[in-house]
Design a protein around this ligand. Sequence first.
Ligand code: HEM
Length: 180
Amino acid sequence: MKGIIFTEFLDLVEDKFGLEMVDTIINQSELKSGGIYTAVGTYEFGEMLQLISHLSNNTEISVDDLLLVYAEHLFQVLVKSYPQLVSHYKDPMSLLASIENHIHVEVQKIYPDAQLPTFELEERSDTKMVMVYRSERALYMLGKGLMLETFKLFDVPVNIDYEKLNPDGTEVRFFIEKEV
Ligand code: HEM
């Protein structure tokens, strides 16, 4: 997992819960990195899992809710860092439909070792989309949060539901519908 995901996560933890909480969750985790991350480095995904589950235990906020809040922050950072990847989209549906074939393809060129999910587009109309998320990291709640932020960016109201296609959440079908 890319370092930017860690550095932005720890920045947000510091912002919302204070530097002491950052120290606490780093100390509670067993981290090969020692808890020292650079944006361009690559670290084990297991480190992120430990950090976020310790944050969840210490704050009594579910991992799912933490991932949704984190998605809000991460999306702002990604759009600011890579404006050229989003600037030519005129609506949120086309942006989402293009993650697999454009946005994450470019991300993979920038970071050849990035581990990205896949999104398979099953249905698309003017108002509705069905997409299947697949990733062994099971970060579908982060995905849901990033989808919600995409619609917020264009100021379009949306309803997003999902169904897990397996118990561990490595395959999840999303139902994305514009609110009219
Ligand atoms: C992961 C970039 C938009 C879904 C990532 C990672 C980067 C990235 C750098 C980390 C890869 C790693 O750690 O190795 C971007 C950029 C975007 C963008 C630059 C556009 C500005 C989106 C959107 C979604 C999305 C809109 C939602 C559908 C995800 C998910 C992950 C991820 C769920 C976590 C990894 C996983 O689930 O396996 N993205 N992304 N991304 N991205 Fe994107």
